[in-house]
Design a protein around this ligand. Structure first.
Ligand SMILES: Cc1cc2nc3c(=O)[nH]c(=O)nc-3n(C[C@H](O)[C@H](O)[C@H](O)COP(=O)(O)OP(=O)(O)OC[C@H]3O[C@@H](n4cnc5c(N)ncnc54)[C@H](O)[C@@H]3O)c2cc1C
Length: 393
């Protein structure tokens, strides 16, 4: 490992999702000469960072680091809205309900207790309150939960386009639609990036290729892998019942079932998804829905939001997480390949942290102390699991 990499020099970034772009922007601001190479256009239609929306929350059970990162990110999302002069982050609130009472240990109870202790003002929500204030819910099925008014959703694909434009304006060279770029080695040392058509050299190479990372770097396949997750966009005839405040971003027993979703966006699309175990795939596999998936979604909707159960389907997506064995991101120098740094392993929950991710990755690149980087270091495989809202069954 080359621990002398502290001075700005030349950097190649492979991958322009939220990890690669924020790292490129931050390191450019610190004086690095940065070139970012992507296999596709930005935003890439198959990248995890694309899509119409991503949930933004600080609610992470008793996980102090991710709670703190969520708090800081939300402040910065608001600042970015102001700076950009358009609202890409929507503070619609985050409503999590469980079939159990709020007193019963689990994601809702633990997040509620932990955030209240940190001074956040949450609104406990009973099934009677659900009936009055959030009438789209099947209130008889959900006993307890809470609303966190701070949190919401972000227009993720548009954020990526915005960050790419900012990076270009700051002097990052962005090369899109490059065929099959991959790291180039000189012995063990990573010397640059090569593609079917061209080779680039740099002092440091950062691989931020999301779910494609374990294919590009097979020695990581024991600790991270791609899992396919489905997303459904419904288009109800009247989207108004699915708008805030009566319909904020929501989780329906999310720690046990993985179901979550979003208010209608400006086009009236209501997104529903499942933060569950998913299916292990290769990132280059065709993106197909598993058989019976639409019926699984509609059965869930019948039990939770009955009025949405027969809403016309607008579109679906199969999107890939890059899961690590313990759910923590993977951001570190590669001990086997001097000058190669990995920023991947998003484990399906990183987009909300986009405003703090560039600093985290840049501090790792520059070997600078940062209280948040230790958790994402190169590590041995254990059974730990870190994302409080991920359903495991
Ligand atoms: C269905 C789904 C729902 C999600 N919901 C949420 C949510 O609500 N809230 C939240 O916080 N997070 C959410 N996430 C997680 C979040 O989207 C990811 O954590 C985040 O986008 C990961 O960003 P990334 O930069 O690592 O990867 P990506 O966004 O996938 O970017 C990787 C980039 O690398 C490029 N690339 C790949 N291979 C190569 C190569 N060989 N050469 C050059 N470029 C290459 C790709 O084209 C792509 O542009 C969700 C993810 C999915 C899949």
């Amino acid at each position: 490992m080359d621990m002398n990499v502290t001075q700005p020099s030349t950097l190649l970034v492979l991958g322009g999702g939220c990890f690669g772009l924020t790292a490129a922007l931050e390191l450019r601001a610190r004086g690095w000469q940065v070139t970012l190479i992507d296999q596709g256009p930005l935003p890439h239609p198959d990248a995890a960072s694309t899509d119409i929306s991503k949930a933004v929350r600080m609610d992470y059970s008793t996980d102090e680091q991710h709670t703190a990162m969520g708090e800081r990110s939300i402040q910065r999302w608001r600042e970015w809205n102001a700076q950009w002069g358009e609202e890409l982050y929507h503070e619609a609130g985050y409503l999590v309900m469980s079939r159990h009472s709020l007193e019963q240990p689990g994601f809702e109870h633990d997040s509620h207790a932990f955030l209240t202790q940190r001074g956040h003002r949450l609104r406990p929500t009973s099934s009677e309150m659900l009936r009055e204030l959030h009438p789209a819910w099947n209130h008889s099925a959900f006993r307890g939960g809470y609303l966190n008014p701070v949190g919401g959703w972000v227009e993720s694909g548009r954020v990526i386009a915005r960050l790419a434009a900012e990076a270009r304006a700051a002097g990052v060279v962005i090369l899109e639609n490059v065929p099959q770029p991959r790291p180039l080695y000189d012995g063990a040392r990573c010397a640059g990036i090569t593609s079917a058509q061209q080779t680039w050299h740099a002092d440091v190479v950062l691989v931020a290729a999301g779910a494609w990372t374990p294919t590009l770097l097979p020695h990581l396949q024991g600790v991270m892998w791609a899992t396919a997750q489905t997303v459904f966009h419904f288009q109800p005839q009247d989207p108004r019942p699915y708008t805030p405040p009566q319909f904020p971003v929501w989780g329906a027993d999310i720690g046990r079932t993985g179901w979550y979703g979003f208010p209608a966006n400006a086009s009236g699309l209501v997104k529903v998804a499942n933060h569950g175990p998913g299916r292990r795939v290769n990132a280059n596999d065709p993106r197909t829905l598993p058989p019976g998936e639409e019926e699984r979604y509609r059965a869930f909707l019948r039990g939770t939001f009955p009025s949405l159960a027969d809403a016309p389907l607008h579109s679906t997506r199969v999107c890939l997480y890059c899961d690590t064995f313990d759910g923590a991101f993977w951001i570190d120098h590669d001990p086997a390949h001097p000058n190669l740094i990995i920023a991947a392993g998003d484990s399906g929950h990183a987009f909300k942290f986009t405003p703090v991710m560039g600093e985290i990755i840049a501090d790792v690149v520059e070997c600078k102390a940062n209280p948040w980087t230790q958790r994402y270091r190169w590590r041995e495989k254990t059974a730990a699991h870190s994302d409080g809202a991920r359903a495991s069954e």
